[in-house]
Write a protein that binds this ligand. Structure first.
Ligand SMILES: Cc1cc2nc3c(=O)[nH]c(=O)nc-3n(C[C@H](O)[C@H](O)[C@H](O)COP(=O)(O)O)c2cc1C
Length: 151
């Protein structure tokens, strides 16, 4: 199953830790949205899209990339999985990206969220919240999640 993971991890590299663990399991490259040619999405069976969560949504460049993905041909079974790290481990924050993907006609293969070190706003004055996250156990959960995606 040809897989690619597109990840933005600009705050603390939290989401990149998750992306790399999944990439190992799925034997997939991890690229930035700039490195991914949306027009070539049809070459992949499975596309992972992930970033930190900002104001309740994925990073703007991930949302923009999702908007650019071509609609899959009817006979193709194209799947996307969605992941993130966030201050709050609330999966509802995937809603926006999920909507774009489903409108395009991609199947949602699964979603993963875990808490990540968060220094947004006033949190920075106390060194942030969730310091040290994602931790080893969470990275293991990311691996286990990725195993469920292997056909
Ligand atoms: C400007 C800003 C806004 C954020 N907004 C949210 C938010 O709405 N919900 C949330 O759960 N976390 C929020 N966070 C926390 C980040 O999602 C969290 O730190 C994430 O792990 C960052 O991932 P990264 O290091 O891969 O970029 C915000 C962080 C920043 C800097």
């Amino acid at each position: 199953m040809k897989t690619i993971i597109v990840c933005v991890s600009e705050s603390h590299g939290n989401t990149m830790k998750v992306a790399k663990a999944m990439a190992e399991v799925l034997d997939a490259p991890v690229v930035s949205p700039e490195e991914f040619d949306a027009g070539k999405a049809g070459e992949y069976d499975l596309i992972g899209l992930g970033s930190g969560i900002y104001k309740g949504k994925h990073h703007k460049s991930i949302l923009e990339l999702a908007e650019k993905l071509p609609e899959p041909d009817e006979e193709q079974d194209k799947s996307v999985f969605i992941f993130s790290t966030a201050g709050k481990g609330d999966i509802n924050q995937h809603r926006h990206l999920n909507l774009i993907i489903s409108k395009k006609g991609y199947r949602n293969a699964g979603e993963f969220i875990c808490k990540g070190w968060d220094t947004a706003g006033l949190f920075k004055y106390i060194g942030g919240i969730n310091k040290g996250l994602p931790n080893r156990a969470m990275i293991e959960q990311a691996r286990d999640f990725a195993k469920t995606l292997r056909a």
